[in-house]
Structure formats: structure tokens, C-alpha cells
Design a protein around this ligand. Structure first.
Ligand SMILES: [Zn+2]
Length: 245
């Protein structure tokens, strides 16, 4: 029962994240104003804003202009709901749940934004670094642990940044490296880097095989990095257990 409530809470937060992502892109204050259709700009009423369900009942179309509503909306809502549910199963309603839920919120925003616009915004990544650092301290990770995690996360990407003279990865990825180092600490940062590169390699091969990408196109590293951080937050202990068994 509690799990269901946490899942619904995740859906609502996910719905809010969609608004945040849209308003970040269009430079609007996401705390003010009511939600509207991105095509016809008509204000949406409460019945159109029920996470996932509205999308299903409206068959993915705006009530007013009949234009398609992006699948991004229900996907982000469902994704956030599922992440919150797994966190609840893992931690219960504890401080660990709330801090990791907060990490996830930042990770989901960065993931979706990078996927849509190939960009990691400083207004998101810088607060995420601070939240990652403060959150992990609150969870009892030592300052030394966090510094090691942060330095490994940062230097791994800094090395590639220097070798490729900024061609493979951008400054935004460096900040993300620091962020995920702080969010997961040592030794999970190592698992995180491995997961990032394995998932990055698999998906790149898929994209190349389906001819959606050419070699020269850069693949947004931010989506793999944030996905890997989420995976490590949710399943990091299990992955380490398997590996050391
Ligand atoms: Zn519309």
C-alpha cells in the first residue's frame, strides 16, 4: 500500500520534472504559471494533467488542437515512479530514500535534457554537484571518500578531455563526472564508470548498425553517465556482490 503511494508520488514528481525540463529550455520560471499545451498554448485543466492516465485517455493528443503530445511526458512520469518505487523497496521511508530520490530527480532532468537537446545545463549540473556532495555527507560517507570519488569521476573524463582536446567530451561532462563521484562515492564510482562505458558502447554500436548515427557524430555522454549513476544508486550493492562473489 505504502509502495503504491510512493509510486504515485513519483508519477507526480515526474510530471513536475516534465514542466521543469520544458521551462528550462524556454527560459521560463518553472515555479510560476499554469501548464499549457506546447502547440496551441491553451491552459490545461487538472483533468488533462493526471500523470500517465491523461495521456492514455486523450490517446496522446491535445484536447484542444488534437496535436500529438510527446511520449516524453508519460515516459518521464513512469520512469520517476518506478525509480521512486525501487528506492522505497530498497530503503523504506528513510533519509536514504529521500536523499537518493533527490539525486534521481537531478539525474532524470539531466538525462532527458541531454537526450532531447544534446546539452547539459550548468543551472542543473552545478546544483546537482552541491546536492550530491551534501547528500552523501548526510548519509555518512566520509569527506575523504567523497574526495576520492569526486577526483576519480572528474579525472577520468579530464584525461579524455585533454587527449581529445575537448572533441570527445565537453566541459559539461567534466561537471557530471564530479557530480556522480559525489553521489555514489568510493568504490561505487568504479562500477559507475564501467557501467557507463559498457552501456555507451552497446548503444553506440546499435545506433551505428541502424545507421542512425555516423562515427563522427558525438553520442551525448551525459545520458550514459546519468543512467549509470541511477543504475549504481539502485543496484550498486548487488553489482559489487556479484563481482566479488
Ligand atoms: Zn493543444
Amino acid at each position: 500500500m505504502m509502495g503504491l503511494l510512493v509510486f504515485l508520488f513519483g508519477l507526480i514528481i515526474g510530471s513536475f520534472l516534465n514542466v521543469v525540463i520544458y521551462r528550462l529550455k524556454h527560459k521560463k520560471n518553472f515555479l510560476k504559471g499554469r501548464s499549457f499545451c506546447t502547440h496551441c498554448k491553451k491552459t490545461l485543466s487538472a483533468i488533462d494533467l493526471v500523470p500517465v492516465l491523461s495521456f492514455i485517455f486523450l490517446r496522446g493528443k491535445c484536447r484542444h488542437c488534437q496535436k500529438r503530445i510527446s511520449k516524453q511526458y508519460p515516459m518521464v512520469e513512469l520512469g520517476t515512479g518506478i525509480v521512486f518505487l525501487i528506492l522505497y523497496i530498497k530503503f523504506g521511508l528513510t533519509l536514504e530514500f529521500f536523499i537518493h530520490a533527490l539525486f534521481s530527480v537531478f539525474l532524470i532532468i539531466i538525462f532527458v535534457y541531454d537526450l532531447l537537446y544534446y546539452l547539459v545545463l550548468d543551472v542543473v549540473s552545478v546544483p546537482a554537484i552541491i546536492v550530491g556532495f551534501a547528500g552523501s555527507l548526510l548519509l555518512g560517507l566520509s569527506l575523504t571518500n567523497l574526495l576520492i570519488g569526486g577526483i576519480i569521476g572528474l579525472s577520468f573524463f579530464l584525461l579524455q578531455f585533454v587527449i581529445s582536446r575537448g572533441k570527445w567530451i565537453g566541459g559539461g561532462d567534466l561537471r557530471l563526472g564530479l557530480m556522480c563521484g559525489f553521489m555514489v562515492g568510493w568504490p561505487k564510482i568504479l562500477v559507475l564508470l564501467v557501467v557507463t562505458y559498457i552501456s555507451g558502447a552497446i548503444i553506440s554500436v546499435f545506433l551505428l548498425a541502424s545507421k542512425k548515427k555516423k562515427w563522427k557524430d558525438s553520442v551525448p555522454l551525459g545520458i550514459f553517465l546519468t543512467l549509470a549513476t541511477l543504475v549504481v544508486i539502485l543496484f550498486g550493492d548487488k553489482i559489487i556482490d556479484w563481482y566479488t562473489l
